[in-house]
Design a protein. Structure first.
Lengths: 221, 221
């Protein structure tokens, strides 16, 4: 069985948890306080980051590498489009959420408001929070423009791009940073992915000191 | 024929140029001053970043998505290992260079010393440069530990991981930030990849105001 080392509010860990659950792969969830740089954990991953997925045969790090591995090793259900061009569009969006969106939005809101306190780095910087709140609007509008002519973010099938994006939105929803009234298309897309069984474990996460907002686990938010 | 929009010192663009050349794919190289946010370029890529690869059928953005696309569409020579586990290791290293190494080293040295001046953002911050010079040592030691028991970074075949890493080292070599005496293994690895025909176009790059260091294009550096 796999052991999955994670942090509850990491969007990268959440993306992998969604993929594992969607593929019905059994795993043991282990919370890793990565900022404490535990020696045994550094042996697993010299860079000290979560997520790490491990079994008796292999140790995997970096969320994109893990997701591609899971898709190749456990192809059912497949979370990649069938054709090469659509896969490129999907990977563009995965990079976009995990790189650009993460930097411009998730880091500026969830990291500032919650993670900093957990890892002992102090209080949120107002300047960053303000920027994050500004940036998320632009990103939601862009998603909305995609969803106008697609059922899912990368096309008409649910793919890794949806899991990457939903992982970010789930932590932003926890920190109460999503204005769901901004776009019905984005809200409907999130409601659709949130109601999947794979999402249940994310909705059950409770962080000491940071209560879930009332709508967080509600499928009719 | 493909049109490739790039910036000469972007390691992400250089990685794609290496893959295109290694696969002998013809392309027209177009220098894009992405910071000027040219309207036609924003239509191609709403996020305004290079690299962008385009032909009459498709427009591709994000360097990892482009490289995976090129590997799927033009499988010869393949730049991916044969087995799933080795591919995961390769993708871990690609993410590592393009994410961690980029943040800790390339951004702190090449961006500070050269890019900032080109895009009109002023002078290098001494604090960042110092950090970058400190971090590159740790990263070279890690590469050295991999190369002790592997011919290439991800195993015994040359893969995308080598191109990702070499792209970063080529721009750091341009900014004179690599101490090649630190590791013979890293130096030999770089000499091996630098001597490939695919590398020639990178070695011919000249930036106005930033002359090439004497050893930059020398295959026996």
């Amino acid at each position: 069985m796999f052991r999955f080392f994670h942090a509850p509010l990491s969007p990268f860990c959440r993306k992998v948890r969604l993929v594992l659950s969607e593929k019905k792969i059994e795993f043991e969830l282990i919370e890793e306080k990565y900022w404490e740089k535990r020696e045994d954990f550094l042996t697993l991953n010299p860079f000290g980051q979560v997520p790490v997925l491990q079994n008796s045969e292999i140790t995997l790090a970096e969320s994109s590498a893990i997701c591609e591995y899971l898709n190749e090793k456990f192809p059912d259900p497949k979370l990649l489009p069938n054709n090469i061009e659509d896969r490129a569009e999907m990977r563009r969006l995965v990079s976009w959420f995990d790189d650009k969106f993460n930097r411009e939005v998730t880091q500026k809101l969830v990291y500032e408001r919650i993670t900093k306190k957990i890892i002992g780095e102090g209080y949120p910087e107002a300047k960053n929070v303000k920027l994050g709140m500004h940036n998320i609007k632009f990103h939601m509008d862009y998603m909305s423009s995609l969803l106008e002519y697609r059922q899912w973010l990368a096309g008409n099938e649910m793919t890794l791009a949806d899991f990457a994006a939903a992982a970010h939105f789930s932590v932003l929803d926890y920190s109460r940073d999503v204005d769901w009234d901004r776009s019905n298309l984005v809200k409907d897309w999130y409601a659709k992915i949130k109601s999947r069984p794979a999402f249940r474990s994310l909705l059950a996460d409770h962080l000491a000191g940071f209560p879930q907002p009332p709508h967080y686990a509600d499928l009719d938010f």
